[in-house]
Design a protein around this ligand. Structure first.
Ligand SMILES: [Fe+2]
Ligand SMILES: [Fe+2]
Length: 361
């Protein structure tokens, strides 16, 4: 009564071989081994079948008319939905060139011809199990990565809420930082890291009392001393993290108020003692704060803000970064247009500037 359902519960194997005398014993061996089997005589026929019902595994001959095994494999791998479909090549052991080529185009494993029919089902079961394990590991890894990114995004957002900032400042300064990073030779991987880590530069503001963080007036020197601790607080919050992303965020939180001339905080680092990620974020953060509305000033024009950054070359900022920044102004302008402030800014960033005259603190 449940024969149909039982068949559907069996792993579905597609055998692709132009020789009937190869397909027949393979099909029988796998049928007896508890698999549901379909056959195709060439790559084109197999491609049609694969699209109708995705098999759990494909066994593939190399040389076939119409479409050979390599071409079929390439076609399958081109489709995102078939990325994890195990493809097993049946080939003779001495055909090393085919085996090497097969691995390059995404074959999962191979079985040797002449095929040992008695062992075939065991071999296929083993390859299926290994493929499922690696797929579920890949899925868990992806899920972990998404969770990590989400935590990071929410941490950054929490700091923004504390600061009454719109999310746009965070977006702009992150993109400008990554753009500057590209100009000074950061790898694509490190640019991506910077883009995702920079939003947490002020995460330590979570630990600053409202009376200081939201004070609509200039801070006293005692208050400013407390304000400065948002760097070390952010550093503590993100410390001892195994992930590269959070380690980068830790570096940025700790060093985005250091100055090239050593006059910054919290550690008064000088020149290249300041990690590059921190130097990049510092310039991007200050520039965006200058061009943004603050309670104590209207947004400065781009021209005035650029002049202020240029004045800071060699004192607040690394001269090479300032040159790169000037060369990138058209692209920076495009970033500003992509992330405009939606509403007036009611933040707290008062003019107590550690770096240059009216930006970020
Ligand atoms: Fe800051
Ligand atoms: Fe900022």
């Amino acid at each position: 009564m449940n024969a149909g359902n039982d068949a559907l519960n069996k792993p579905f194997i597609l055998i692709v071989d132009d020789e009937f005398l190869q397909r027949l014993p393979m099909s029988e061996a796998l049928g007896h081994g508890g698999f549901r089997v379909a056959e195709a005589e060439n790559g084109a026929q197999a491609w049609e079948l694969v699209q109708k019902e995705t098999p759990d595994l494909v066994i593939l001959d190399v040389v076939m008319p119409v479409m050979d095994g390599f071409e079929l494999c390439r076609r399958i791998r081109r489709e995102e939905r078939f990325q994890h479909l195990p493809i097993v090549l049946a080939t003779s052991l001495d055909d090393l060139a085919s085996i090497e080529r097969a691995y390059q185009i995404g074959v999962t494993d191979f079985i040797t011809k002449p095929v040992n029919w008695g062992l075939l089902a065991y071999r296929v079961r083993y390859i299926l199990r290994a493929a499922r394990t690696s797929q579920s590991l890949a899925e868990r890894e992806l899920e972990l990565l998404h969770t990590r990114m989400e935590i990071i995004r929410r941490l950054g957002q929490a700091a923004e809420y504390r600061d009454n900032e719109t999310g746009m400042h965070i977006q702009r300064m992150s993109h400008i930082s990554a753009l500057l990073g590209r100009a000074v030779g950061l790898s694509a991987h490190d640019q991506e890291l910077l883009l995702h880590a920079a939003p947490m530069h002020d995460v330590g503001k979570i630990g600053i009392p409202d009376s200081i963080l939201l004070k609509p007036a200039k801070l006293t020197s005692d208050e400013f001393a407390i304000m400065k601790t948002h760097t070390t607080l952010g550093g503590q919050l993100l410390d001892h993290e195994p992930s590269t992303l959070l380690r980068t965020a830790h570096t940025i939180a700790l060093t985005h108020h250091e100055r090239w001339d050593g006059g910054g905080y919290p550690h008064g680092l000088r020149g290249e003692e300041i990690p590059l990620m921190g130097r990049l974020c510092s310039l991007a953060d200050v520039f965006d704060a200058l061009t943004s509305r603050r309670p104590y000033k209207p947004p400065w024009s781009v021209q005035r803000s650029v002049e202020e950054i240029q004045k800071g070359s060699g004192s607040a900022f690394e001269p090479d970064l300032v040159s790169a920044f000037i060369a990138l102004l058209p692209e920076i302008q495009r970033i500003r247009e992509s992330f405009p402030d939606q509403e007036p800014f009611y933040g707290d960033e008062i003019a107590e500037m550690a770096s240059c005259g009216g930006g970020a603190r």
